[in-house]
Design a protein around this ligand. Sequence first.
Ligand SMILES: Cc1cc2nc3c(=O)[nH]c(=O)nc-3n(C[C@H](O)[C@H](O)[C@H](O)COP(=O)(O)O)c2cc1C
Length: 199
Amino acid sequence: MNHEPPMPGEPRAVGTPRHRAGGEDPSHTLLDSNRFREIMGHYPTGVTVVTAVDRDGAPVGLTANSVTSVSLDPPLVLVCVSEQSASLGAILASGTFAVNILGGGAAETAVRFAGMDREDRFDGIAYTVKEGGGPILEGVLAWIACGLYRTFEAGDHLILVGKVLDGAGAEGDPLLFFRSRYETLDAALTTTRRGVEGR
Ligand SMILES: Cc1cc2nc3c(=O)[nH]c(=O)nc-3n(C[C@H](O)[C@H](O)[C@H](O)COP(=O)(O)O)c2cc1C
């Protein structure tokens, strides 16, 4: 087997000792964070607002697209939240959070909950707080209320695994995030069809 170090940019064979060492050594990567973000931007996601209630009873929330369902029995989801997130403390302290899945018309909400202006995020937004979960924003496409089940440290983020206690979904299309842009399903499908049909 060839264990020579590959040339820069050359893919490394999976399973070689160097490959395994690469996963364990946090400084070992050929990508800087901007390039990593740019590459991962090719993977389209939905968009959510993850919410909780802080010790004073005030709602907090952040836009998040790192949401994935994990297990059906028990029903588990995960979301990766930055250690820098101001909302993280409230999620950990309350031990509950909600995931609000945004509909196609909610790009402004996504922008608002990703912005620096944290004080005004809930201004003019109606919400209800479900027992055992965070605030559910009015008009979202779907929501789940979660109890914090496990946390895992992972680099500069914390992986929060939530046990889903309740939830509901409505009719409608989702908001999508693709290559740093908000998209609607309609627009994305039109672009795809044009590509397929060569128009
Ligand atoms: C589309 C999109 C998805 C995002 N996904 C995440 C995510 O999964 N986890 C995270 O920690 N931040 C994510 N962010 C960044 C946060 O929304 C942003 O840093 C926010 O200001 C954090 O708020 P907080 O510090 O009040 O918690 C995302 C931003 C955008 C625009």
